[in-house]
Design a protein around this ligand. Sequence first.
Ligand code: COA
Length: 436
Amino acid sequence: MILKDKIEQQLPEWRERVRKLVRENGDVKVGDVTIAQVYGGMRSVKSLVTDISYVDPVEGIRFRGHTIPEILKLLPKPDGAAMPYVGGLYYLFLVGSAPTAQQAQEVETEWKKRGKVPQYVFDVINSLPPDAHPMTLFTLAVLTLQRESLFSKKYHAGIQKDQYWEPMLEDSMNLVAKLPEIAAYIYRLKYKNGDIIPSDPDLDWGANFAHMMGVPDPLYKDLSRLYFLLHSDHESGNVSAHTTHLVASSLSDIYYAASAGLSGLAGPLHGLANQECLNWLLSVKEECADCAYDKEALRQFAWDTLNSGQVIPGYGHAVLRKTDPRYTAQLEFGKKYFPEDEIFKLAALVYEVVPDVLREQGKAKDPWPNVDAISGSLQYHFGVKEFDFYTVIFGVSRILGVSANAVWARALGQPIERPKSLTTAMLEEIAQKAKA
Ligand SMILES: CC(C)(COP(=O)(O)OP(=O)(O)OC[C@H]1O[C@@H](n2cnc3c(N)ncnc32)[C@H](O)[C@@H]1OP(=O)(O)O)[C@@H](O)C(=O)NCCC(=O)NCCS
């Protein structure tokens, strides 16, 4: 397999680089940790390593060193498509350099070979009550596939430690290959009376998802590719990425680890944020007719939201200090293809008003929009209006990043995670001594 060969070629050099760094500089300090950080969710504590993505406070996310606009130019696209093959992104994540069109297609072909979802996964999905949340179904489907794990079988058969990454890669390819069909199945089962659309072997991974969702507009194929690309990875400290890494660090396979990551993604402070943004936009539309064209009315509405003690969803970021380039890529997509869409237009107008309002209020460190401020309105345009499902699409995308990271963590022999905890009394004592 192309990905295996390419990783294998780089491994001796990578392993030596890491060994040398730790051997010769193991005691060099990376940073300090304050009591506020210990009690504050470990915010900004530098204690993880990934070479796949990095969030620059000004430029936003870089994948393997490339910004989002660069990535959109760099990665090969299917004939006639505006957005790249997702297989090409996965190649970039795993290999470290951009693929040729043929290399991206090879990854796509591998996924096609591995894409068949076993019936028992659908049986498990079907066995849940109709009101089960789509994220529960999706997470459970990924966990159910665990019986397919090659890593688990090979580990118990006594595989050598330096080969752990090979079955991890196989498992990751097998899992990723099945995600579009599983996700679309859940959508059609829950919201389209179980009228399932079979997979089309002629389509690439991203387009096949769009096809199985049953969205008639062909442009949804490009939106799907774009969405999967933008949400795939965001360093290692966010909840879904860190959870996956932590669970995999105990040598759990990718099915256990990724389903745990998805459980984290299901939380309202993480993957559910995009539906809150769309909800807010819809409330603007319903409660303030003038807001669609009158910036002053919109400004007042934003202030009313803040004065009622709520946040403006989709604005602000823990790390970024300017407009999230993932927001900009989606804004440009909407501007190009459906600038007159009512909700999209409103989202674009909010961008002209809300940053100033947040600056005036003076609380948010970052007054600019994040990725969630607009992604829901694009889905809405294509008729995917079931908010609960949005996190599943995010999850499909996020597994690309977390699984690629898991392969490299195995390849570089990253150990089990085991930070140290203290008691509150110990922290009080440390504080007293520091003041004395
Ligand atoms: C994304 C977010 C969670 C980052 O949190 P953070 O790093 O703690 O943000 P800050 O350090 O800038 O927060 C400082 C203050 O500004 C407030 N603030 C930040 N973003 C805000 C927003 N969009 N609207 C109103 N107030 C906001 C915070 O609530 C906080 O107030 P507090 O001191 O009363 O607790 C935060 O900006 C937010 O809640 N945004 C809205 C929800 C959202 O878009 N979530 C999606 C995340 S990708």
